[in-house]
Design a protein around this ligand. Sequence first.
Ligand SMILES: *[C@@H]1O[C@H](CO)[C@@H](O)[C@H](O)[C@H]1NC(C)=O
Length: 438
Amino acid sequence: MASSLPSLFLFLSLLCLAFFSPSLAEIRFAKIRNDNRPFIPLDLFGFTHSGGLQLNVSKISLSDTKLDLSQVGFFLCTLDSWLRVLQQLEDREVSCVLKSDLVESVYTFNSLNTDDSFNMEYVQKAADQYNLVFANCHYQQLKISMDVRSAMYNLDGKKGDRDYLSAGSSVLPRVYFLFSMVYFTLAGLWIYILYKKRSTAFRIHFFMLAVVILKALNLLCEAEDKSHIKRTGSAHGWDVLFYIFSFFKGISLFTLIVLIGTGWSFLKPYLQDKEKKVLIIVIPLQVVANFAQVVIDESGPYGQDWFTWKQIFLLVDVVCCCAVLFPIVWSIKNLREAARTDGKAAVNLMKLTLFRHYYIVVICYIYFTRVVVYALQTITSYKYSWASVVCAELATLSFYVFTGYKFKPEAHNPYFVIDDEEEEAAAEALKLEDEFEL
Ligand SMILES: *[C@@H]1O[C@H](CO)[C@@H](O)[C@H](O)[C@H]1NC(C)=O
């Protein structure tokens, strides 16, 4: 029974990992110092039929070298077989996970000669998603220190180049690039509309342009970053630029949702105190969310505190999403009251409908990109992990297009500030409708 608790813990952490990030890959470095954990998970990767693993381990020091070191080493295992290995350990069918025929033992420390390091290549021809784990079956007596560099990759069919992106993620650079081109096109279109309708363009419309351009730049950097990882295995292509644009994109998008929600610049030129408070809450939270995202991405799935930061990120994100809904709700309430009390009922009703639609669309956008996408990541096989990215980006794109279309600058947009003549015309129309119904 001694081994079942730690293995249950490992299983849970593997499971969480499968939920939160189905595809990660990069060359990973792990410094392990005086560690007596029975299992140390290192990385997760989806192999195609021509996969490989390169392990470079150095500075190995064992607290006790007289033990049977064939029970200490690295192995690869799928989540499915891990479940069955757990059962085997529980039933005492095997004494050590490295002796089970359900895992692929990659290297055991009895092959270690006198020096304190080893390098090896392991060929993986069975396509599946594997965890790379270090096992120490003498964890009660043995403490281990070492530096581990692990690189998992697939060989590109035609040229035989190494592709360090997990199967299912290797098309992501192209997906991001394509979407960034779509956003650049949208930005061009928006500039054209702003130029054509410059007499009716408000400050908010220029802000919308900035948001679209930031989104396009962010996707472009993400494409470049991912394709750098794909080729070299390390993330130091454009990742700093990517984080910078992510940061500004996140802040500007949430600010835009709040500003549109309040009707700033097209319904009224100022923000009320409570609306400003929402911005004061959302902007610092976005700073925290972006910082958490950087830590999550850079530390890898089994890095220290990875899970904590993931939780912080989710929490902050949920708070931001809820906060941005308040200004829209307040606007709807104000418009509803205005429609009841003052004479401009018709126009106010139209604005009310628009804000109701906007409210529903914001909720759908948040729900889809936060809940549905996580669900998709969980249920789709690692081979199709790109599909959830495409769904999230399509949802985001629809949201941008809807917002741009509904709030575009237009001379006769009934939702925007209206002069008295039009007000009267709208009231007439409503009166006629009323009479007609009677
Ligand atoms: C890792 O090991 C491989 C051989 O398995 C070797 O070719 C490569 O140079 C090593 N890399 C490092 C960084 O030591």
